[in-house]
Design a binder for this molecule. Structure first.
Ligand code: SAH
Length: 354
């Protein structure tokens, strides 16, 4: 065990405002004994605060059109090799039916930043909410407050918008003509409008250090997100970051574990990216403190074209047996599947300090 590791771990776990230097120290250790101690504690916090359960969300990737130019993402508008599609209203409702019939009570509607009129998505949300008793989560990028407001009034319950990096210079280096300030504006609007808000980061895009990740984790704690998604960066061959190294899986799992200690009640997915590598690392993520699985219910051709990074459909193939595969994953991590809506566990907490 590394000298001082247990003490840093206890400080991060027990202090209301954890210190970024302690967090970085935990992230930097590759010692197996340190890792065992860290994961045992993060899993324990998860079990005590959230219960020994894994919530299930059904994902529908309904459009691959995008007006944004994130340098890591295969859907960015400059990638003219990306296959663009939009699911019809009927196709989205059919996916919602499949999700509901599987017993799952949350649908996540995700797309590229498909600009355009907010009315279509508003109608989709209304139809889903009017037909099925389930929570609707949106994940469609940065929009005007008025659009977020319309969708909320239409019945949307939750919104996922990763901060990607909480460090302004790093954020700017990964995005064209976008700033951390505009992302923060969106996150604050979403919170004010009463959405349950999810965020997160990738581990390993170019230029990111563990000191940056420690800032991100401290930021998660300050904002008080309801959900936090963390996955490895996977280079896409048709993006400016094609030559970059893939994010480290071990570090990704440590980021999940330390985030659990800081953002104790957050719903944290074992992300699709962790299920898309040479082997499936989602059970490892559950063992490190994650507690959500998010299988894709998009029609197969759509989920193949929704290529934010290569290999993404592997996780889908691994989920091929449907909920039985998810139940097995949960069981391997000593947890049970929870099919309920699984709303924010933070509701009723004091308002966050942004
Ligand atoms: N357009 C929506 C959804 C983006 S896809 C939005 O902007 O929020 C969801 C997440 O996938 C992104 O937030 C990003 O963190 C992640 N992602 C994108 N490209 C990736 C890559 N090459 N490797 C790993 N994760 C990636």
């Amino acid at each position: 065990m590394t000298r001082g590791f247990a003490e840093s771990l206890a400080r991060v776990r027990d202090s209301a405002v954890p210190n970024a230097r302690d967090i970085a120290f935990l992230l930097d250790s590759e010692d197996p004994e340190d890792r065992s101690l860290l994961f045992a504690q993060s899993a324990r916090v998860r079990d005590e605060v959230c219960g020994r359960r894994v919530a299930v969300r059904g994902l529908v990737e309904f459009s691959s059109f995008c007006r944004n130019a994130c340098r890591y993402c295969g859907l960015n508008r400059a990638n003219d090799r990306a296959e663009r599609y939009r699911l019809s209203f009927e196709e989205i409702l059919e996916s919602a039916r499949l999700i509901f019939d599987s017993g799952i009570r949350t649908i996540v509607l995700q797309s590229g930043e498909d600009g355009g009129d907010a009315g279509f998505l508003s109608e989709v949300v209304r139809a889903v909410k009017g037909t099925y008793d389930m929570a609707v989560t949106l994940s469609v990028g940065e929009r005007e407050r008025a659009d977020y407001e319309l969708w909320r009034e239409s019945g949307a319950d939750r919104y996922l918008l990763r901060v990607e990096s909480s460090v302004p210079g790093l954020y700017a280096s990964w995005h064209e003509k976008r700033s951390l300030a505009s992302r923060m504006r969106c996150l604050k609007d979403l919170r004010e409008l009463g959405y349950q808000v999810g965020s997160g980061v990738m581990v390993g895009p170019p230029g990111q250090t563990t000191a940056h990740l420690a800032e991100d984790i401290a930021f998660f704690g300050r904002f008080g997100f309801d959900m936090i998604g963390i996955g490895p960066f996977i280079p896409h061959p048709d993006t400016p970051f094609r030559g970059a190294a893939r994010g480290d899986v071990g570090l990704t799992l440590r980021v999940i574990a330390v985030t659990r200690l800081v953002a104790r009640s957050a719903w944290m997915p074992a992300t699709t990216a962790l299920g898309s590598l040479e082997r499936d690392f989602r059970v490892d993520a559950l063992r490190a403190g994650a507690n959500v699985l998010m299988p894709s219910f998009s029609p197969k051709p759509a989920s193949r074209r929704y290529a934010i990074y290569p290999g993404k459909d592997r996780s889908r193939d691994r989920d091929g047996e449907g909920v039985a595969a998810l139940e097995r994953m949960a069981r391997e991590a000593g947890l049970g599947l929870d099919y309920a809506r699984a709303d924010s566990l933070r509701m009723g907490d004091p308002p966050p300090q942004i």
